[in-house]
Design a protein around this ligand. Structure first.
Ligand SMILES: [Fe+2]
Length: 311
């Protein structure tokens, strides 16, 4: 994040203070309130939903209020083929052409590659050689099925969220790209895959962002990947988001987590609270204290207020 100078904070609307180019959202599972709230707050150029979207109504209706504010892109997750409605409200919505699956699209100035779905061993376990996969393509699978076994004259609905070798290889050959979004995680996650790492390296991306595992994690920041790794990787929890470029704290600004916590507690009045001298802080403002090494004290105050304390 660009450093926020306290005197600026009242003067400029929030979206002018920090307007990320891109925001990535963890698996919505039918709840779009966090997506809508974050887009209204930050007004990014574009957003990417990281799968398991499970829209209860067609996606363009769920996201109607933000379609004029940002460009919406998505990849699918394993749960997006759970039921007919999960499938229809996504793959047959007016936003169907915003799928990034198996292609590279210019999004907010970045070349973004997408790999939706999950690896299923009945199709392809990528720990095994690719030519040992049960099926190389969905079409190859379809040809083995009797007509009454098919769903809409194709493979089963479930396997429409399985990753087939031909799709993976097609994307592998489509680089270069700047960012890879995948539902599956890279190998730094305990249930992640080297195939995602290899795809990221072949595409030459600097960033991998994934959903599926319902945990927000900065793999380099948490020591799960070396800083010298060829790409940075982040997981994004359901109900959460990642902004890009990263809103790292700059010199002169309070840490981002303090700003986020203040927003959680005070909403639109967060900056006013941060800028107001506080008697418990010997007349300093929380913002000044947070910048000057007292961020823990400000966090404690915010947490106390959040839990009903009077501070
Ligand atoms: Fe998932």
């Amino acid at each position: 994040m660009k450093p926020l100078i306290p005197s600026d904070l009242h003067a400029r609307p929030e979206h002018e203070r920090f307007a990320p180019k891109l925001m990535f959202f963890g698996d919505p599972h039918g709840d779009f309130d966090p997506v809508i709230a974050a887009v209204e707050r930050f007004q990014p150029e574009a957003i990417v939903l990281l799968g398991d979207i499970q829209a209860r109504r067609p996606l363009q209706i769920e996201l109607q209020s933000i379609l004029s504010l940002t460009e919406v892109y998505w990849i699918h997750g394993n749960h997006d083929t759970d039921g007919d409605l999960d499938y229809q409200n996504l793959f047959e919505s007016d936003l169907a052409d915003r799928s990034l699956h198996c292609r590279i699209v210019s999004v907010a100035g970045y070349q973004v590659a997408g790999l939706g779905g999950i690896f299923r061993s009945k199709i392809w376990d990528p720990r095994r050689p690719i030519d040992e996969a049960a099926f190389q393509s969905s079409d190859a699978m379809r040809r083995t099925m009797k007509s009454h076994e098919r769903w809409r004259d194709g493979i089963s609905r479930k396997h429409r969220s399985s990753i087939f070798p031909d799709e993976y290889q097609r994307l592998l050959r489509s680089g270069p790209a700047d960012i890879l979004v995948a539902h599956e995680a890279p190998s730094a996650h305990p249930h992640g895959w080297k195939a995602i790492d290899e795809l990221a390296v072949k595409l030459g991306v600097q960033l991998v962002v994934h959903g599926h595992h319902h945990r927000s994690v900065d793999y380099v920041g948490e020591g799960l990947m070396p800083a010298a790794a060829p790409f940075r990787a982040f997981g994004v929890d359901t109900g959460s988001h990642l902004t890009w470029p990263r809103d790292e704290p700059g010199p002169g600004g309070p840490p981002q987590d303090v700003l986020d916590l203040a927003t959680q507690v005070f909403g639109a009045a967060a900056q006013a609270w941060l800028d107001k001298p506080h008697e418990l802080l010997d007349g300093q403002t929380p913002a000044t204290l947070a910048v000057g090494g007292g961020a823990d004290r400000v966090r404690s105050m915010l947490i106390a207020i959040q839990h009903g304390g009077v501070v």
